[in-house]
Design a protein around this ligand. Structure first.
Ligand code: NDP
Ligand code: 8X3
Length: 249
């Protein structure tokens, strides 16, 4: 039985990946900050598989390290790490951007990913096997006005994925970078600080990706033959040519 560690499992893409993996019988470690949501998901998934929940903020390294250290013995041998936790905060030009939003994106999307990865990479290195999937974004491929800091944070994820692949291939660890286009999740509600109407507009007038589409892709990646390393994948809604196609105002 494979053991998978999924960050940002309380909603959207991470939740869909957790549900998909549970159906396949993977042992799961689900993470997020919202304890109650996490506990409800654990109850749902426990019908199909063994589940451990860890509530922590990826930005707080002491919390991250303590949470991973606290894993029960049977969950410690992690085979798959899905670095998915992250969000965009605000949609403003640099001149007017809120610096707290910048901190949230850089600390969460970039440093948080590193804090989670380090202890798990150590486990994978000692096992001489493992697979890491980092959820980047098409925002890393095409910078767009008002989203520059988010784009920069995802560009950093691309670089971290490449760097991890370079450092970890010799230890039998596969690393994949996934760049989704517009996926209808809580993402835009977070970006627009709870403005549900504004968030819904982002997905109007076209058929946006669903979180399950990304989960299907991730399932394909983790189930590929051992000899196959899928390095980079971009996945768009049919109607989206590049990130600026999406309506965000
Ligand atoms: P959601 O807002 O639905 O989910 C975000 C998840 O990340 C939640 O589970 C949230 O959990 C968790 N999270 C956010 N910040 C933190 C933090 N500081 N510490 C711990 N967990 C955190 O959005 P998506 O599912 O869409 O986003 C998932 C990933 O996909 C993100 O990295 C995003 O950048 C990326 N992405 C999304 C796209 C989209 O169009 N939706 C497109 C391309 C990439 P909690 O609040 O409980 O902590
Ligand atoms: C989320 C997709 O295009 O809003 O990463 O930046 S986008």
């Amino acid at each position: 039985m494979k053991t998978a560690f999924i960050t940002g499992a309380t909603s959207g893409i991470g939740k869909a990946i957790a549900q998909n993996f549970a159906k396949q019988g993977f042992r799961l470690i689900i993470c997020g900050r919202r304890k109650e949501v996490l506990e409800n998901l654990k109850e749902e998934l426990a019908v199909s598989t063994e589940v451990c929940s860890l509530a922590f903020d990826v930005r707080k390294k002491d919390e991250v390290f303590a949470a991973i250290e606290s894993l029960p013995e049977e969950f410690k041998n992690i085979d798959i790490l899905i670095n998915n936790a992250g969000n965009a905060h605000g949609l403003d030009p640099i001149a007017e951007g809120n610096t707290d939003d910048w901190d949230a994106m850089m600390d969460g999307n970039v440093k948080g990913l590193l804090y989670v990865s380090q202890p798990i990479i150590k486990i994978m290195k000692s096992n001489k096997s493992g697979q890491i999937i980092n959820i980047s974004s098409v925002a890393a491929r095409q910078t767009y006005a008002n989203g520059v800091v988010y784009c920069a944070s995802k560009k950093a994820v691309d670089v971290l994925s490449e760097g991890m692949r370079i450092e970890l291939t010799e230890f039998g660890i596969k690393v994949c970078n996934v760049q989704p286009g517009a996926v209808a999740t809580e993402f835009s509600e977070v970006r627009f600080k709870g403005d549900v109407e504004k968030a819904a507009k982002v997905y109007e007038g076209y058929d946006a990706l669903q979180a399950e589409d990304i989960a299907d892709l991730v399932s394909y990646i983790v189930n590929a033959p051992e000899r196959v390393s899928i390095a980079d994948v971009a996945i768009f809604p049919k109607a989206q040519a590049e990130p600026r196609t999406v309506f965000r105002k």
